[in-house]
Design a protein around this ligand. Structure first.
Ligand code: SAM
Length: 279
């Protein structure tokens, strides 16, 4: 009698919680996220879905449907999910051959240079470009770099400009001493380099991206690898709209472009591939 009474009391609770939660099919969440950012999770759903479930529970959601409703109306939840699911891996002097080539390409120019990093993640790429150009004798007042990223936490870290030794592992000691100030065991980018870069949170597929102005040099490295082919083409199309002239040059990461999309023409000089608009 007692055991019957006990099971009657506990059963509804168990039934209630398993009835309430439904995290079985994340398809709509993935579609929504890919439409928003371009990022495709085809091969990585098994590691990404548990992250999304933890995120949903942390925001008081009991199902993917519930999370979807919140994402549609709440921009701060949207921003947090983007910050969670974007991969921001970067470091100083990544693919440095392109930066040396940039210096070589513009060594005789007397005009100022406007440079875009889209995406720039936590800032290492934009600061590396400024350091390479400064080292090459460019006046910092003739350089303007805009570095954008969809991840707002990455942009905050970029603006702070404080890095661990790991991010600087490719930099020689002389450059660390010249362009950084030690803060405990971290490195803060010096003000003269910081002043050159304007960091903004921005999605390359949004209208605000097209309002960033026009650029002589456009870096878009290690983002297109997360997109499918038609989204790569859309992204490249967006980037080409920001070229200042037909002479503007584009750099991509070595695995970003499998084929050269139509508005671009590739060039190969001194072992470096770069692109211009078709001439
Ligand atoms: C791996 S990082 C590359 C950073 C740097 N360019 C490099 O090569 O080291 C890729 C960055 O792309 C950003 N990203 C992804 N989709 C984006 C979008 N639609 N608009 C702007 N940034 C995006 C991510 O937030 C991430 O910081």
């Amino acid at each position: 009698m007692f055991s019957w009474f006990k099971s009657q009391k506990t059963l509804p609770l168990v039934q209630e919680s398993s009835y309430l939660e439904d995290f079985t099919d994340a398809t709509d969440i993935y579609h929504y996220f890919t439409n928003l950012t371009g990022i495709n999770f085809d091969q990585k759903e098994s590691i990404t879905t548990p992250k999304i479930i933890r995120f949903a529970r942390g925001h008081g959601c009991i199902s993917f449907y519930d999370l979807m409703e919140k994402l549609r109306v709440n921009s701060s939840i949207r921003e947090s999910l983007i910050n969670l699911l974007t991969v921001n891996e970067t470091y100083f002097f990544r693919e440095k051959g392109q930066l040396d080539f940039l210096l070589h390409h513009y060594k005789n120019t007397s005009k100022s240079l406007r440079i875009l990093c889209a995406p720039g993640s936590t800032g290492e790429e934009a600061y590396s470009i400024a350091i390479i150009l400064a080292e090459g004798g460019f006046s910092l007042s003739s350089i303007g770099i805009v570095s954008i990223d969809i991840n707002t936490e990455a942009i905050s870290r970029a603006s702070a400009g404080v890095y661990t030794a790991r991010a600087l592992h490719r930099l020689p000691e002389t450059l660390k001493e010249r362009y950084f100030v030690m803060e405990g065991n971290q490195y803060r980018v010096c003000d003269s380099i910081k002043k050159v870069v304007d960091f903004r949170s921005c999605n390359i597929f949004e209208a605000e991206f097209l309002e960033l102005g026009s650029f002589d040099v456009l870096f878009s490295r290690n983002m297109l690898i997360y997109f499918d082919q038609s989204t790569v083409e859309k992204a490249v199309h967006q980037l080409t709209k920001l070229a200042a002239t037909n002479q503007s040059i584009f750099f991509f990461g070595h695995a970003d472009l499998l084929i050269t999309p139509a508005p671009l023409q590739d060039h190969f000089e001194h072992g470096i591939k770069y692109y211009t608009l078709q001439q």
